[in-house]
Design a protein around this ligand. Structure first.
Ligand code: IPE
Ligand code: IPE
Ligand code: MG
Length: 264
């Protein structure tokens, strides 16, 4: 893989786009199911928690690469509504990890123009994490760089149910005629309102399922499954996912491939 290091005064370590990729056919939005942390650790004889720690490094790497390669949005599945069913120790470890990482990384996220948002039922998270999330969302809300969406206590079904409740509420109040509810109005009540749908879904560790992730938004995403375990996900693995993406013929139900510029 030819990842030439480009340098500039403002950002000395911008990773250039690999020559195997076409800059005009990059996805606008990548969603990633970061799976395999536990197996990565177990394979090394380490406790699962070490896998989660290494997973954070993989996420930082991926965010930087996506930003350098001109991808508009990266959405990462960090904790699902089903992950509460894991042992308490692991859940507590993850919550503390999210807190520490956010605290540690916030200054540089802010400086690097990342706009961070958290999607999910945040009210169930520890209070300290909630206030950090508020602070991070606030401090980066006017940033002009990559959108970094972290799905935390996120479930696609819960998101859809909440959207339905909000629409029902508006209808009851007489603000909305139910007959007028269409896909755009429905989407405007989702957590992802205003964001383009993911073009590419990456799932690591070989599992071929969606696990309640972005059920509405992934309607026409291209799916790339890799056996790479999330902590090992790097520039090479991301390049492979993008090469795979660029080899697809996206027809959106029609007969002719639709070019990225026409998809909007
Ligand atoms: C993904 O890795 C991280 C979270 C779901 C929080 P896993 O913890 O699911 O790792 P495996 O699938 O057990 O290897
Ligand atoms: C999906 O991974 C959720 C996240 C990556 C946060 P899981 O490991 O929880 O998914 P399943 O249980 O294998 O479907
Ligand atoms: Mg897993």
């Amino acid at each position: 893989m030819s990842c030439v290091q480009a340098t500039s005064k403002e950002n000395p370590k911008v990773e250039a786009l690999p020559s195997s990729l076409d800059a005009n056919r990059m996805p606008a939005h990548i969603a990633v199911i970061m799976d395999g942390n536990g197996r990565w650790a177990q394979a090394k004889g380490l406790p699962r928690m070490m896998g989660h720690r290494a997973g954070v490094e993989a996420l930082k790497r991926t965010l930087r690469l996506c930003s350098d390669w001109g991808i508009g949005s990266l959405t990462a599945y960090a904790f699902s509504t089903e992950n509460w069913s894991r042992p308490g120790d692991e859940v507590n470890f993850l919550m503390t990890l999210f807190e520490r990482v956010l605290q540690r990384e916030l200054d540089s996220l802010e400086k690097e123009q990342v706009k961070i948002r958290f999607w999910g039922d945040l009210t169930a998270l520890p209070k300290r994490l909630q206030s950090l999330i508020d602070e991070a969302t606030d401090r980066t809300s006017n940033n002009k760089g990559i959108h970094f969406n972290v799905c935390t206590n996120y479930g696609g079904r819960r998101e859809l149910v909440l959207a339905a409740q909000k629409l029902a509420d508006r209808s009851l109040k007489g603000d909305l005629d139910p007959a007028l509810i269409d896909e755009n109005i429905f989407a405007s009540e989702l957590l992802t309102a205003g964001e383009v749908d993911p073009d590419l879904l990456i799932r690591t560790s070989g599992e071929r399922r969606i696990s309640n992730f972005l059920l509405w938004q992934l309607a026409y995403a291209e799916i790339h499954v890799t056996d790479v375990l999330w902590p090992d996900f790097d520039a090479n693995a991301l390049t492979q996912a993008l090469v795979d993406f660029q080899s697809r013929s996206r027809r959106f139900g029609g007969l002719e491939p639709i070019a990225p510029a026409e998809q909007i």
